[in-house]
Design a protein around this ligand. Sequence first.
Ligand code: ADP
Ligand code: MG
Length: 340
Amino acid sequence: MTAKIHILDSQAANQIAAGEVVERPVSVVKELIENALDAQATQIEVIIEGSGVERIRVQDNGQGISAADLPLTVLRHATSKIRSIDDLNRLRTLGFRGEALPSIASVSRLEIISRPPEEISGRVLRIQGGEQREFSETGCPPGTTITVDDLFYNTPARRKFLKSKNTEFGQISDVIGRLSLARPDVSFTLKHPKVLVLQTPGKGNLLESIGAVLGQATARRLLPLSCSQGDWRLEGYISPPDLVRSTKQGETLIVNERIIRSNSISRAISEGYHTLIPAKLYPITILKLHIPPHEYDVNVHPTKMEIRFHKEKELMEFIAEGVRRTLLQARPIAPFVKVK
Ligand code: ADP
Ligand code: MG
């Protein structure tokens, strides 16, 4: 009998991984920005054409990629960020799976131009559908510029599932807004393609970034929150109970500079507001949780948006209590603010 089992070639394996890592244009944008942040960039510019399927370009002024490393970036499980699974316990970077670039490269036309600041010239690498088309020397500014064209051109099934141009672009600007709240020390720019959609100052002031993302009128009304318990620290801004939205879109959760989704934290926040907000209305909350990396696991899903906390119950009580106390302290002045 001949063997029935064979090992998939790297293009097929990468396309399958891409199914999880790059679900839609916004996933590409998020992965590219996270790479720029991991490379210590202080300025990140994103240019989107159409829904992002046509073109996504992310330019950063970070550490760049050396000529020796550049071809390795698109290999599966190739990462400069961890060496072993134990490193996840002290992870300081957003990336660690070494999957984003090979996945993106397998479902698009990808161009990476990069120059470490200490080099005099850079390199350009072009990949199409997972195959290298060019690798050569080029003049370029320090840092990295990645361009992703024709996303999903070779996976029509995935392309069919995309929503309208406005929906896909809306998700992109939403995620860039959240990332810029996670990193007020970095200046983010989003253009579409010539229109300036978003720009944050990057001076390290969270409230200024909130103003740029959510509007000054909202930023002015938010209540500052700050509390700690042992190694845990929670800080950010939350809306008074009369400043609400009909969707949960106003909730931004950041754990050690990583934007995440967490049903338990969302629940803890609503508990904090308790009966102050009617059902089906949601507050605006920008919360940053600082917690030692060994107290949670980010390796739950390829998009790294979900995390599991070891001491979940205590942590949720801490968050709910932080929200409750902030609202209680603010309450006496709330009617006064309203009259104005
Ligand atoms: P991961 O981020 O999990 O390491 P990626 O596939 O996203 O995996 O990236 C692979 C490697 O490419 C990174 O580990 C990093 O060394 C390099 N890299 C990617 N993007 C950049 C960038 N913008 N600046 C500097 N290095 C980068
Ligand atoms: Mg990455």
